[in-house]
Design a protein around this ligand. Structure first.
Ligand SMILES: Cc1ncc(COP(=O)(O)O)c(C=O)c1O
Length: 452
């Protein structure tokens, strides 16, 4: 243990000086690792050396301060300690009877998330391995609540900017992709509610059963927040389920600016959030919250004669009764430990700092000749491009990333424009790193597009 901890500490301390990504030759290296089932063991020292010197360095440094790609996940060290304890004691939290106190700790975490989002009494939820599984659980729950067993006339509505895990969830829940209506967005990349209402009306005329509207509380591409109040209103009028993908954005409800941007989220029938994004926890930590906790149970509960008795009181919960999983890790502990250790305040401060940093970033980007802000930040993601064609911007991205102080990723807008994204969401990213990024962008823009 001591040797592992030494390696981990050394690794974490060196994060600021590690390259933001280091994957040249990594796939070739990966191929050399294919091996047969080991018959004999080898020394821990050697295995640790392999992990920390050969395998781990050949990757995106997704826990480092320069990771401004996709949606960053910091990986709070304290959660690793919780994981260590959870796996070492290996208690069973799939059913309440097996470890009631531990199940209660995880249930508290879910309740805290409901509180952060302003969801009413009677709401509840479950921790998942991430946003994708949370979306899946939501769609299955909505399908069971809103549609008959023969549900193929059911249609779902979202913007063409929603994270693709939503369409995937719908498909896994049994709907053909064609039943998911991807609607156009406005100039802020938010779903066009006029198009939504029209699509619902058309589908009703065509004999479909519109049953679910999905809003985005922060899209991955440009960080857009749909007009959640308007979506809640439409869902209510149309007697449809209102789902919100808050995998990236929902936890900004901890901040005043976030609450202003996300108004309406508290009216959702289901919301997903990813503590492994904006609560800085290690990957493998998502959550789904449902306004009527009973809907989760009605969708997932199933009796088997060899199982222990399930809880009947509202306060106690069996996670296997409200989710697709039975045996699973005690993932609640990796949320519970840091929240109990620090309280919520430092997390709120961190998110506020990221909101300040993105505002500073766009102010500085605007001063660079030739740069256009394509997506004003609604939370902590922005998208920009250099005047010129897509090739110019691909080249710009390549050059910024080649400096290895930050890693940015692109997206393509519905109109075909290739844009560079900046996502600030790691607890390890502070102003010093943002300044490095700005310096690299300034240098690579070289004043204007003719540099290419
Ligand atoms: C907005 C959004 N929704 C859903 C997901 C899917 O979550 P996960 O990767 O945790 O499965 C992501 C990102 O990965 C996301 O950015």
């Amino acid at each position: 243990m001591d040797r592992a901890v030494e390696r981990v500490i050394e690794h974490i301390q060196s994060l600021p000086t590690q390259p933001a990504m280091n994957v040249e030759g990594a796939t070739e290296f990966a191929r050399t690792l294919i091996e047969r089932l080991p018959q004999r063991g080898e020394s821990f020292e050697k295995l640790l050396a392999f992990l920390f010197e050969d395998a781990i360095p050949r990757s995106f440094t997704s826990s480092g301060p320069g990771y401004l790609a996709y949606v960053p996940g910091g990986g709070l060290f304290h959660s690793a300690l919780a994981d260590f304890i959870a796996a070492a004691v290996n208690r069973y939290v799939g059913v309440c009877a097996a470890a009631p106190a531990l199940v209660q700790l995880e249930a508290n975490v879910v309740r805290w998330f409901c509180e952060i989002l302003g969801m009413p009494k009677g709401s509840g939820g479950v921790l998942t391995s991430g946003g994708s599984l949370a979306n899946f659980t939501s769609v299955v729950t909505a399908r069971k609540a809103m549609l008959p067993d023969d549900f193929l006339r059911g249609t779902l509505y979202c913007s063409n900017q929603i994270h693709h895990s939503f369409q995937k969830a719908a498909n896994l829940a049994g709907f053909p992709y064609a039943n998911v209506r991807e609607l156009p967005v406005d100039e802020l990349f938010r779903i066009r509610t006029d198009a939504l209402e029209e699509a619902i009306a058309n589908d009703r005329r065509g004999g479909f059963t519109p049953f679910l509207i999905a809003g985005s509380a922060g899209t991955t591409g440009t960080g857009a927040v749909d007009d959640l109040e308007a979506l809640a209103r439409i869902a209510k009028n149309e007697k449809m389920w209102f789902h919100v993908d808050g995998a990236y954005g929902a936890l900004f409800m901890l901040t005043e600016r976030g609450r202003a941007a996300l108004k309406g989220i508290e009216q959702a029938d289901s919301v997903i959030l990813d503590p492994h994004k904006t609560l800085f926890l290690p990957f493998g930590t998502g959550a789904v919250l449902v306004r009527d906790a009973g809907a989760l149970r009605r969708a997932h509960s199933l009796h088997a004669d060899y199982m222990p008795a399930m809880q009947q009181e509202d306060e106690l919960v069996d996670f296997c009764e409200i989710s697709p999983e039975l045996s699973r890790d005690f993932r609640g502990l990796r949320v519970w430990l840091p929240l109990k250790l620090f309280g919520i305040e430092p997390f709120r401060e961190q998110l506020d700092e990221k909101l300040d940093l993105i505002a500073y970033t766009v102010d500085e980007l605007r001063k660079i000749d030739g740069i256009e802000i394509i997506a004003e930040p609604q939370l902590t993601i922005t998208a920009f491009r250099l005047r010129g064609d897509n090739e110019v911007n691909r080249e710009l991205l390549k050059r910024i990333n080649a400096r290895k102080r930050v890693m940015l990723t692109p997206t393509t807008l519905p109109d075909g424009r290739f844009v560079l994204r900046i996502a600030i969401a790691s607890h390890r990213t502070h102003k010093d790193r943002v300044d490095m990024m700005l310096e690299d962008i300034r240098l690579e823009c070289g004043g204007n597009a003719s540099a290419f």
